[in-house]
Design a protein around this ligand. Structure first.
Ligand code: GLA
Length: 680
């Protein structure tokens, strides 16, 4: 029975009195303000939840009107409140805070009660007068205050719930809570003492290029490495496992890799494809940006290399050490270590004083069996204002090769200004910066075509990572400009909003992923991240499992973005699960897509080379998913299957898809990552 039916409201001098008749008991009504509750449990797209202030810490202001009380947040935002039937109504006003003047935010405020949508503001924009929200709560147990991004991304969505309060029955406060669990738990089993060969099963190299591949394995050290059937021109160092040399013929070679220690021997087939294509599995490694941003230095890079080795990550196939922005000199930084001549007399780029010897740094990285990458922009300046490659593309490609680099991330940044400055009749001139077709396509492709060509002319293989945030459907033409991977999204941040929205946007580019071409949903935001302001990732443990699982299912480049010297056990558990990594590195190179949804449960399927399927049951909702799954035909499964839990590395069930069912219990914002293999 709903409590409201028994309520009579009487207003008395600002205090609400409700006479509630429960048999003979009379309870008085009270006002509980939203800002009196613990707002810290809210999740939001940026910043921290604010009490009686906007997200920037200013007076709450909507369309010129100020408010003393309220909750300042940022979309996408969600606050859950336990009412337990003790509130009769929620009253508030909502709107976008004036502090983002000049921007184009949009957001929608929504109130859910026990999972049902009770009220919505409609999409609101900057300057809209505060909209009143008045919701009858009846006997509701749980209320959720949500703000969506209004359909245009969450940039500058500074959102305010003002004068927000509850009318309550017999209580003076409510508990807020976050339905996403905070306690971390480790699923990846420790590797055994016996050798187990890890890493990619296929490797591409161009004829004539220097060959370097590290055979990786877990297990006790010392370990001896062998590569049986290695073609002429290649040698393996038995102690380190590094294969080096050069191949001249376009051909496929099948080699048997062996790793031996006191406990036993492991063996695995390895395919070397000498030909045109490289990066036959998604690049795996580390990038400096998400952790050091403009504070990167050769010293920090070396320390990341050492940590990669010491932590044992190197034994799981992690390979690239990529320097992002800020190795070049800067146009106007106050930091003197970034200032100096941008180029020498003949136009060669001069690294800044933090990178005194690029060749020595590359040699150091190669000496460990790892590979090294760097970053530039086709515009005159990088996104951070360092020297870009515009007009010097050939020279730069030559420098990278001379220093011994293996990877280039090439970031659009100021190239937009180059286009703007072209004369109106220039064929590459476009009227907007959206680059979504027609002549705009030439414009979008041009700078990458130029650099792609020069990289190909170098006497070493350099993985080409195109970074332009997915403009002009880059996945359709990235291969034609010699791109090996391309960003499909704007920059990731360590919030659920960011990660979730990136995930929901990936299916359209999936058909274009293949060996040598990877869609890049940006780097991993786990561990200690912070773009120069280090903090533990704000993603909850289950969200991190989901993030790593989906990046594996997506065949995405796996680039660790955290401080490698601060790797905790939980983060290491996410990065050292060889069965999960194997899904990412599967030689077939297919990208998972979402093939079935049940409410907030999204099921992603990735076909694997051996005929099995990796399947991620992903819960995007705020309730645990608990169901018996039967729709195997929707997942392309027919017959008898062994189901293996990849995080736990354990077979969990046998399923007959005609008659059987699979019990699924998926935590809020969590995942079950299973492999379905045909039963022999
Ligand atoms: C852009 C890119 C980031 C990073 C920075 C460097 O924002 O998307 O990944 O490279 O530039 O300035």
């Amino acid at each position: 029975m709903k409590i409201t039916r028994n309520i009579k409201i009487v207003a008395l001098k600002g205090l609400l009195i409700i006479s509630c008749l429960f048999g003979t008991t009379t309870l008085s009504a009270q006002t509980v303000w939203l800002d009196e509750l613990d707002l810290s449990t809210a999740t939001q797209g940026y910043g921290i939840p604010m009490k009686n202030k906007s997200i920037d810490g200013k007076t709450l202001t909507i369309a010129g009107k100020t408010f003393e009380r309220g909750f300042g947040s940022h979309s996408e935002s969600s606050l859950t409140i336990e009412l337990n039937g003790k509130a009769t109504e929620f009253i508030a006003q909502v709107g976008i805070d004036d502090e983002v003047a000049g921007q184009k935010p949009a957001a929608e405020f929504v109130v859910y009660g026990d999972g049902e949508k009770l009220w919505s503001s409609g999409v609101m924009r900057l300057g809209d007068a505060a909209r009143p929200c008045n919701v009858k709560l009846g006997g509701l147990r749980k209320l959720e205050l949500v703000v969506t991004d209004g359909g245009n991304g969450n940039y500058y969505d500074h959102v305010d719930w003002v004068d927000a309060r509850f009318t309550t029955i017999g209580v003076t406060t409510f508990k807020t809570f976050n339905p996403v669990a905070s306690v971390s738990y480790i699923l990846t089993p420790k590797p055994s003492a016996e050798p187990r060969i890890t890493g990619a099963k296929v490797f591409g190299v161009r004829p004539g290029s220097p060959f370097q591949y590290l055979v990786t394995a877990t297990g006790d050290r010392p370990m001896t490495f062998y590569a049986l059937g290695l073609p002429k021109g290649l040698n393996i160092n038995a102690k380190t496992g590094i294969i080096t040399g050069q191949l001249s013929k376009v051909r496929t070679y099948i080699v048997t890799l062996k790793a031996k220690n006191a406990k036993g021997t492991a063996e695995r087939k390895f395919r070397i494809e000498c030909g045109d294509r490289i990066a036959l599995t998604p690049p795996m490694g580390w990038n400096s940006w998400n952790c050091f941003a403009n504070e990167v230095s050769a010293d920090k890079v070396k320390r990341a290399v050492n940590a990669m080795v010491k932590s044992g990550l190197i034994n799981h196939g992690w390979t690239y050490i990529n320097i992002d922005d800020f190795w070049e000199n800067h146009r106007d930084s106050k930091d003197q270590t970034l200032r100096g001549k941008l180029r020498d007399e003949v136009g060669n780029i001069i690294p800044n004083s933090r990178f005194s010897d690029m060749k020595a740094l590359a040699d150091y990285v190669h000496g460990q069996g790892l590979k090294i990458g760097l970053y530039s922009s086709p515009g005159p300046w990088t996104c951070g204002g360092s020297a870009g490659s515009y007009g010097y593309e050939k020279k730069d490609a030559e420098s990278y090769a001379k220093w011994g680099f293996d990877y280039l991330k090439y970031d659009w940044c100021s190239y937009g200004n180059v286009i703007d400055s072209l004369p109106d009749n220039d064929p590459y001139k476009v009227s907007s910066l959206s680059y979504n077709g027609g002549n705009e396509l030439n414009t979008a492709m041009k700078p990458f075509k130029v650099m792609g060509k020069f990289l190909r002319q170098q006497p070493r293989d350099i993985v080409f990572s195109v970074c332009q945030y997915g403009m002009s459907d880059v996945w359709k033409w990235g291969d034609s400009v010699n791109g090996n991977c391309w960003r499909t999204t704007n920059d990731i941040t360590d919030t659920w909003t960011s990660v979730k929205n990136i995930i929901l946007d990936q299916d359209k580019s999936a058909p274009y992923a293949k060996p040598g071409n990877w869609n890049d949903p940006d780097m991993l935001v786990i561990g200690t991240v912070g773009w120069g302001n280090p903090h533990p990732s704000k993603l909850k443990p289950d969200e991190q499992y989901l993030h790593v699982s989906l990046w594996s299912l997506f065949s995405a480049p796996l680039l660790i973005g955290c401080d490698m010297e601060k790797l905790d056990d939980f983060t290491l558990n996410l990065l050292t699960n060889d069965e999960v990594i194997e899904i990412n590195q599967d030689p077939l190179g297919k990208q998972a897509t979402c093939v079935h949804t049940i409410g907030d449960l999204r099921i992603y399927v990735k076909e694997l080379e051996d005929g099995s399927r990796a399947i991620g049951f992903c819960n995007f909702g705020l309730e645990t998913v608990d169901l018996a799954y039967k729709d195997f035909d929707k997942l392309g499964l027919k017959g008898q299957f062994v189901v293996r839990d990849l995080w736990r590395q354990k077979d969990i069930s046998n399923v007959n898809t005609q008659t059987g069912q699979l019990a699924l219990k998926v935590p809020v914002h969590g995942v079950l990552l299973y492999k379905f293999s045909s039963k022999k």
